[in-house]
Design a protein around this ligand. Structure first.
Ligand code: IPE
Ligand code: IPE
Ligand code: MG
Ligand code: MG
Length: 316
């Protein structure tokens, strides 16, 4: 049995318990998304980090309940993200907005935000709810910054990284930081955990942005080519736009406007943009692994090394 099977099962149980509502439509919308699957990478990550710090703590109820809070928060962002991005498919089935409409998806997401936050109020350590609400602020700012950067071909790599920190990496960062806070580790250890999470979050989003071009909808469980449709300029395109192979920005701009994924894919391949993404991701991953070397070697450490690579080299 995998190290994380039991805690993730318990976190799932807590999620189901916490999101029950007397309003049937809210139940339906939330269960629709939560029971549709999802990788549960954040709960798994929290369980492994907990084991890394102290194997005895993997059943710590405060941590498990924060695992549920983080996954509920993630689910809320997905529900709203699909309204914003007009995403029709999620986890291989129709998205909440597509099955129940935008209004239900907005309210369903709001409902889940409150449920996630509620779990943090019960946490004994006051820092937890602060870290959680700051992350929520950052997430909202990230989604909005991304919107304002739509079709901006001048977007820099730095600006891309700022955006993906806000919309994705911050949640990974608090996922790995929270067990450290609950288990009263030193500031230096907490920063090491935060760095691991943050870097994995960056790599995870870069992979998502690549898969949006290279995967297929069946495998990915969501519609591919969406970023191009919405003129979201993600890392593969940023590298393609700054190529030294003589492919002009106008050519790329026309390809984006033309809406042909094959054409963009050809440009991405001609400019070696994926190889450039790989290089950055590899650096992020190795820095993440180095950061947690302050903890003792264990099965958890090994699993965290594997998860670091898997967060990038994944198919969906
Ligand atoms: C999707 O997250 C949104 C991103 C941050 C890229 P996941 O890829 O973790 O989604 P699920 O939970 O597995 O469906
Ligand atoms: C993830 O970005 C944003 C969230 C924090 C939900 P995307 O918009 O690329 O995520 P997907 O591709 O729809 O899952
Ligand atoms: Mg989206
Ligand atoms: Mg995406």
């Amino acid at each position: 049995m995998k190290l994380t099977d039991e805690p993730v099962k318990e976190i799932d149980r807590l999620i189901m318990e916490q999101i029950k509502s007397p309003v049937e439509l809210l139940n339906q919308a939330c269960f629709h998304l939560i029971t549709a699957g999802g990788k549960r990478i954040r709960p798994r990550l929290m369980a492994l980090i907990t084991g890394l710090i102290s194997p005895d703590a993997v059943r710590n109820m405060d941590i498990l309940s924060m695992g549920a809070a983080v996954e509920i928060l993630h689910t809320a962002t997905l529900m709203h993200d699909d309204v914003i991005d007009e995403g029709l498919m999620r986890r291989g089935i129709p998205s909440v907005n597509s099955a129940y409409g935008n209004k239900v998806a907005v309210l369903g997401g709001d409902y889940l935000f409150t449920k996630a936050y509620n779990a943090t109020i019960k946490a004994t350590d006051a820092r937890i709810s602060r870290v959680f609400s700051d992350a929520l602020t950052t997430l909202v700012q990230g989604e909005l910054t991304q919107m304002t950067n739509t079709a901006n071909l001048e977007i820099t790599e730095e600006s891309y990284f700022r955006t993906i920190y806000s919309k994705t990496a911050v949640l990974f960062e608090i996922t790995t930081k929270i067990p450290g806070l609950i288990l009263n580790r030193t500031d230096a250890e907490i920063e090491a955990l935060a760095k691991y999470g943050r870097n994995i979050g960056y790599a995870f989003q870069i992979a998502d942005d690549i898969l949006d071009y290279t995967s297929d909808s069946e495998v990915l469980g969501k519609v591919v080519g969406k970023d191009m449709d919405e003129k979201k300029i993600t890392l593969p395109l940023i590298y393609a736009l700054n190529n030294d192979r003589g492919i002009s920005r106008e050519t790329i701009y026309e390809a984006i406007n033309g809406g042909c994924v094959e054409r963009i894919l050809q440009i991405i391949s001609d400019t070696d943009a994926i190889a450039s993404c790989d290089k950055v991701a590899e650096r992020l991953i190795s820095e993440a692994i180095d950061a947690i070397a302050v903890f003792s070697e264990s099965d958890y450490m090994q699993a965290l090394r594997e998860l670091a690579y898997a967060s990038y080299r994944r198919k969906y």
